[in-house]
Design a protein around this ligand. Sequence first.
Ligand SMILES: Cc1cc2nc3c(=O)[nH]c(=O)nc-3n(C[C@H](O)[C@H](O)[C@H](O)COP(=O)(O)OP(=O)(O)OC[C@H]3O[C@@H](n4cnc5c(N)ncnc54)[C@H](O)[C@@H]3O)c2cc1C
Length: 316
Amino acid sequence: MRILVLGAGVSGLSSGILLLKKGYQVTIWAKDLPPNTTSDKAAAAWAPYLCNPKEKVMRWGKNTLDYFNRVIAKDSKSGYMKIKTAGLFTAAKNDQWWQDIVPGYRRIPAKDLPAGYQDGYEFEGLVVDTTYYMDWLVSLFKGLGGVLIQKEISSINEAFAEYNLVVNCTGLGSRKLFGDTSIFPVRGQMVKVKLNGFNKIIADEEGPNSLAVIIPRTHDVLLGGTTQENNWSLEIDPKDTQDILKKVASIYPELKNAEVIGESVGLRPVRPEVRLEAQKFGGKVVIHNYGHGGAGFTLSWGCAQEVVDLVNKVLL
Ligand SMILES: Cc1cc2nc3c(=O)[nH]c(=O)nc-3n(C[C@H](O)[C@H](O)[C@H](O)COP(=O)(O)OP(=O)(O)OC[C@H]3O[C@@H](n4cnc5c(N)ncnc54)[C@H](O)[C@@H]3O)c2cc1C
């Protein structure tokens, strides 16, 4: 059975790979290929950020965590790194709604919190360095026999002219392609600095420094960030860079002198809920898999597994 996947970000490549592993013939058409997708700009840590609905995010997130730790961790070239991940709060906080699906979840003792913070959690998380991971996904996809073509479409009928079954992983592109006005960008800028001894992901998502994140990867550390709704700009904003450096340095003053080696911007594809469902167009079918917000990596393998289930069901 021939299947067309639209999109070569983390959602399209992960879906394509699992479909190939199930024996389907898969071609991807994508306007932008790695390293020019939103996915390439992600911090790519496991964290359910700006994504819904919660019950499904729990299932997809757990399955993704398991797949990363069981399968992806085996290949040292993938950019995968197991890493403690911590959240900080300036006031006492209830436990996280997803705490039961992550290993090693615990509250951080007050004595171990940075100055100004009253509460916090940590767990055994992971990050994938997209500089390596996206290319690695492309190689895996092609190695399994997948065909990757750079091609933009402006109507789904262009896909239906050649394929009966299409998996839609176009992220923000679904706004135009399927007229989905519920999806919108949340702009994220990040600053890359040299490795500096940090060995834990640290995030302040709600406090006075929010959004502040420190994400050590294999060869550098990402500092963030911004969450600007409906801002479509892909230009680096020097003011954002200054704000980011100020926010992280107010948590860890030693970061004041971090050596900046890069900056990047990406647009998170946020939607009230991730869209993962089949839609019929006469005799043709589209399986949608988009709108993962700030959690496209966190949900990637779990959603891809469900794409395969939906394909199997549609073909029954
Ligand atoms: C700064 C930042 C930090 C982030 N940090 C994290 C994090 O720590 N953890 C996490 O899990 N997530 C994170 N995210 C979110 C994550 O990046 C996204 O959820 C994810 O990249 C979405 O992937 P996708 O494959 O669905 O879409 P994309 O990566 O946007 O890929 C869409 C693909 O569809 C193609 N396309 C679009 N329209 C068309 C068309 N008409 N025809 C053909 N092709 C088309 C595009 O060219 C592209 O290939 C972050 C995002 C940003 C911006």
